[in-house]
Design a protein around this ligand. Sequence first.
Ligand SMILES: *[C@@H]1O[C@H](CO)[C@@H](O)[C@H](O)[C@H]1NC(C)=O
Ligand SMILES: *[C@@H]1O[C@H](CO)[C@@H](O)[C@H](O)[C@H]1NC(C)=O
Ligand SMILES: *[C@@H]1O[C@H](CO)[C@@H](O)[C@H](O)[C@H]1NC(C)=O
Ligand SMILES: *[C@@H]1O[C@H](CO)[C@@H](O)[C@H](O)[C@H]1NC(C)=O
Ligand SMILES: *[C@@H]1O[C@H](CO)[C@@H](O)[C@H](O)[C@H]1NC(C)=O
Length: 387
Amino acid sequence: MKSEALARVASACITAVLAAQPYSTWMTDSIMAINVPKTRYYTEATFYRGVEYVYNATHDEKYKWYLSSQIDAILTDNGSFVNWNPNSRQLDSIRVGETLLFLWGQMGEERYRNAIAFLHDELLAQKRTDEVAFWHKDPEYPNQQWLDGLFMGDTFYAHYTALFEPTNQTAWDDIVLQFDLMEKHCRDPKTGLLFHGYDQSHQREWADPVTGASPHLWDRGIGWYFMALLDVLDWLPQSHPGYEKLVNYFTSLAKALRKSWDCKQGGWWLVMDAPYPGMKGNYIESSGTAMFVTGFLKGMRKGFISRKEYEKFTLKAYDIMAAKFVGRNETSGALTWEGTVKVGSLSGNATYEYYIDQPIQRNMLNGVGPFIYASAEIEALRGQLQM
Ligand SMILES: *[C@@H]1O[C@H](CO)[C@@H](O)[C@H](O)[C@H]1NC(C)=O
Ligand SMILES: *[C@@H]1O[C@H](CO)[C@@H](O)[C@H](O)[C@H]1NC(C)=O
Ligand SMILES: *[C@@H]1O[C@H](CO)[C@@H](O)[C@H](O)[C@H]1NC(C)=O
Ligand SMILES: *[C@@H]1O[C@H](CO)[C@@H](O)[C@H](O)[C@H]1NC(C)=O
Ligand SMILES: *[C@@H]1O[C@H](CO)[C@@H](O)[C@H](O)[C@H]1NC(C)=O
């Protein structure tokens, strides 16, 4: 009952706000104005994906020029990366490849193409487990595959393959296999959600003796994975035997996520496994929530889940999320994004205490980006912008 009322209030005030300016562009403009560091790091690249969404919807050139000016600061004239660290090879470094593919598609400049080729080489040179899953980070996290990595590396791998090697079956099989292995080790039969990662060598103290999986369901990890499934399905040929499999991974996860939405709080908990939802220190976290809402919206747009079943729920989840986590700076008029946890990693002991101890940060781009994706999707759905 309480959440019904909240949803009504939220819809009322958001409609008023949207009439003035859509959240997608408003949030993007607000974040652009506060000087996002010019790095090649995945956190910035997660925001850049939002800028790309907004460019596609508005065709306002300022968004394209913004992305090229951010990226040009990290490339030399011939497209090699400045400050590349050859001693740590990690999937996180591949994420910016999606932004490069976008810029190359828009501008056709050779240095972007060179940078793309370099990232592809780096990805293929990444060490792998015995079952040939990419390590998340070498040398730091040997034999570990994390949910995060599918969004960081596999989406670029699929996009690249679709553009440059569309008939390379070896590559497509390899891309699908990364999801198969994640499913094999981390899907939790009890909840239908996935544990954050696994260590195939079972060396880490947190590794389950049978599966190697880490012990907790972390919202943002699951969010990366949920979005990665859809982004890879944008490129994977429908004729590939993995296509139906990935659709099933997505739809079963969508079902489990819908069930784990807390209808009293109107969102998803940071640590999602029982008995932690509602427990002291745990909270409704905004980046995972935005990623799940994005997945539901895009999943409906692509026809993988039905509007009949999901639309009402998703609109409500979006409105409550926006009411809870969008703030406004009264001096500048800029929007802020609240409630996103700064980090969650398997580098430590992976306990409940570890996850809840991590700080929450305003305007954290891992949450801002997905909120922009969700906003662009919902505005298109509500007929406010063309996609
Ligand atoms: C934007 O459009 C380009 C070109 O059509 C496409 O490749 C890209 O995936 C789109 N990006 C998003 C975020 O929808
Ligand atoms: C690109 O330029 C950098 C120096 O700016 C140089 O170290 C590198 O070898 C060049 N790469 C190619 C492929 O020409
Ligand atoms: C096909 O993909 C595999 C794996 O990504 C790669 O090693 C191989 O070089 C590719 N082959 C061609 C002809 O591009
Ligand atoms: C609000 O905006 C003003 C003016 O741009 C800025 O000085 C201030 O730091 C902002 N406050 C917060 C909390 O972001
Ligand atoms: C795990 O690490 C957290 C800090 O991140 C600490 O508070 C907690 O006591 C540790 N737990 C164990 C069992 O070592």
